[in-house]
Design a protein around this ligand. Structure first.
Ligand code: SF4
Length: 66
């Protein structure tokens, strides 16, 4: 699984870092998302999917590793 955040869409709400803090962080300057683990461990995937669902800007994408 590969995670990407569209920084042009991200509004810095912080929901991703709150929901899956081991995978997402926020930039100090503006709160926009930083992906700490683009290829997260299996045990983090439920939290990542929740973060995708909660993101108010629909800025987080998941794609399968090919
Ligand atoms: S939840 Fe979405 S809008 Fe909020 S910081 Fe994360 S990626 Fe950005």
């Amino acid at each position: 699984m590969r995670i990407t955040v569209d920084v042009d869409r991200c509004i810095g709400s912080g929901m991703c870092a709150l929901t899956a803090g081991e995978v997402f962080d926020q930039r100090e300057e503006d709160g926009t998302s930083v992906v700490r683990q683009p290829d997260p461990p299996a045990e983090a995937l439920d939290a990542v999917r929740e973060a995708v669902a909660l993101c108010p800007a629909s800025a987080i994408s998941l794609s399968a590793d090919l």
